[in-house]
Write a protein that binds this ligand. Structure first.
Ligand code: ADP
Ligand code: MG
Length: 251
């Protein structure tokens, strides 16, 4: 994926008729949707509906079975795509923070910058510190992950992803593993990112966040998008019975 072929007018993410099978199990059954640049799209739906699989197809952690996905105008479902170049444009944050336990916070933030982005150590440290500042954890750069709370670890994971200076961020239930009192700080960091104009796709059960920060809300069930639209409309006036049933359980 070279700089020259990037289409700056194309949507950040454009998914067309995406199907995904795991063996015989059809998990995604024809997904169409797009995320515009600077937009925050939240994805909700019951467990097993295919939310994580959809997110993982966007950075090719899962190989789509059928259909096309374009990232910034480049077809990533093309077998010749440069997967490393694609992933360096997309930051990903998981439910389980996936920090390197044997590295300090600062080293967690610099290692990929040096290895993948080929930055020199000084530059990598500078970028890391800027992002630690952003998530409110500049004072913990020498700590090891095990000595941080879950909420702090997740903010570090976000700072690590940001240190690669991605064009967009994917979040897969970033607060689901956290004690309730730690959720707010992580959501605040994500809200700040959205305010700065970061393109974001967020799988979440935090309906307050979806309502407040989301530009668009997608409800998935059984491998299809049942309903999507403005968060206030989908949450306040769901059109489909399945959406109503789901929301009646979680709201
Ligand atoms: P969600 O994130 O909405 O809970 P997932 O995308 O994780 O849903 O899973 C959707 C379905 O795909 C589930 O039935 C799950 O068991 C199945 N699945 C997910 N990942 C794999 C995998 N790597 N191998 C086989 N089946 C999988
Ligand atoms: Mg999931």
């Amino acid at each position: 994926m070279s700089e020259i072929t990037l289409d700056k007018n194309a949507p950040a993410i454009d998914v067309q008729q995406l199907h995904k099978y795991f063996g015989e199990n059809q998990v995604l059954k024809g997904i169409d949707f797009h995320v515009d640049r600077g937009q925050v799209v939240c994805v909700i739906g019951p467990s097993g509906s295919g939310k994580s699989t959809l997110l993982r197809c966007v950075n090719l952690l899962e190989q789509p079975t059928e259909g096309k996905i374009f990232v910034e105008g480049i077809e990533i479902t093309d077998p010749d795509v440069n997967v490393d170049a694609l992933r360096s444009r997309i930051g990903m944050v998981f439910q389980q923070f996936n920090l390197f336990p044997h590295l300090t916070v600062l080293d967690n933030l610099t290692i990929s910058q040096v290895k993948v982005k080929k930055r020199n150590k000084g530059e990598a440290v500078e970028i890391a510190r800027k992002n630690l500042e952003k998530v409110g954890l500049a004072h913990r750069e020498d700590a090891y992950p095990a000595h941080l709370s879950g909420g702090q670890q997740q903010r570090i994971a976000i700072a690590r992803a940001l240190s690669m200076e991605p064009d967009m961020m994917l979040f897969d239930e970033p607060t689901s593993a956290l004690d309730p009192e730690l959720v707010g700080d992580v959501l605040q960091v994500m809200k700040d990112l959205a305010t700065e104009g970061m393109t974001m796709m967020v799988v979440t059960h935090e309906m307050g966040f979806a309502r407040e920060v989301g530009d668009n809300l997608v409800f998935m069930d059984g491998g299809v998008i049942v309903e999507e639209g403005l968060p206030t409309e989908v949450l306040g006036n769901p059109q489909h019975e399945r959406t109503q049933l789901f929301l009646s359980k979680v709201l």
